[in-house]
Design a protein around this ligand. Structure first.
Ligand code: HEC
Length: 284
């Protein structure tokens, strides 16, 4: 009796330990964008795994390597990619089996890309959009827009009665490496290397505001400058529009050169020193 109970407790304990371990692992690797990745898994990747992998992988009757759920697939995706792209005898499915089509192979990679492309954080009420300009001829310069997916911390005035008073004492700290210029991974990586050479964080502090303007001090690369932005009030959103007029103020030369080395060919080695910004603050 007592012995049975001990076994039972040990089992429960192991189960808890195990599930804690797998889910933490997955969460740490890819903290964001589960919603979109889950959808892709259900509609596209799971059918591939079910037809080309699971038949054998039932040999793992349980545990993390039985790729029969979203969480397990998420935790093991890099291992799976390594195996399906292998050119040696570790290749999966094994060489004597029906192989993956190119499209099926790509679905594993796309799944990983979706996991890694940070989702817009719905619980984060502050969204910073920017547009930088490229090409040497001012009249024909082209805008490149992006955003930052990760806000490290922010503060809005909780006790605001009027929408505009959310700005009272407001501030935001952004992880510059979370820059995102859309679906093209390579372009996002290039822009991330720019920020990597420039500044790891960007902070914005509201110094003063009224219904027309907001005075905001931005800090990057250890240097601060106050900028005046236009205020637009929508039903439950404040939009602050304007520009950071000159990145030279923030000593961006080194990053500028790094960026030109990596991808100068795409912008004829010219990036302009002014950046348009639009900050959306939602009342949630
Ligand atoms: C014909 C049977 C078979 C098929 C089909 C198959 N595998 Fe495997 N797989 C194995 C066996 C057996 C092993 C353990 C031996 C080894 O590591 O090579 C293994 C090992 C692995 C491993 C190493 C970790 C582990 O679970 O042991 C990964 C990752 C893997 N397979 C991924 C895949 C993926 C992804 C697919 C589908 C695209 C797939 N396999 C299809 C038989 C198969």
């Amino acid at each position: 009796m007592c012995y049975n109970r001990i076994i039972f407790l040990i089992l429960i304990f192991q189960l808890c330990l195990f599930s804690a371990c797998t889910s933490n692992h997955a969460e740490e690797l890819y903290p964001t964008n589960d919603t979109e990745a889950k959808l892709y898994y259900e509609t596209t990747l799971k059918p591939v795994i079910d037809t080309k992998c699971i038949s054998c992988h039932v040999y793992h009757t349980e545990g993390a390597n039985r790729y029969d759920s979203y969480e397990k697939t998420k935790s093991n995706i890099s291992q799976m990619l390594e195996r399906i792209n292998a050119t040696t005898n570790i290749v999966m499915p094994p060489a004597d089996q029906e192989q993956l089509s190119t499209e099926e192979k790509n679905s594993f990679k796309t799944f990983l890309n979706i996991l890694q492309s940070d989702s817009p954080q719905d619980d984060n009420p502050i969204k910073v959009n920017w547009t930088a300009y490229k090409y040497p001829d001012f009249d024909n310069r082209a805008g490149v827009s992006g955003t930052f997916d990760s806000v490290i911390s922010y503060n809005l005035n909780d006790s605001a009665v009027n929408l505009i008073d959310l700005l009272n004492g407001a501030n935001v700290l952004i992880d510059a490496s979370s820059v995102n210029v859309g679906n093209e991974t390579e372009r996002t990586q290039n822009v991330a290397s720019f920020f990597n050479a420039f500044t790891s964080q960007i902070s914005g502090i509201v110094d003063n505001y009224n219904e027309e303007n907001a005075w905001i001090t931005f800090s990057m690369n250890g240097i601060s400058q106050q900028v005046v932005l236009d205020v637009i009030l929508e039903s439950n959103k404040i939009i602050l529009n304007g520009k950071i007029p000159d990145l030279n103020v923030f000593n961006w030369e080194n990053a500028y050169n790094v960026f030109n080395t990596i991808c100068g060919e795409y912008h004829e080695n010219k990036l302009w020193e002014d950046v348009k910004i639009s900050i959306e603050i939602s009342n949630i």
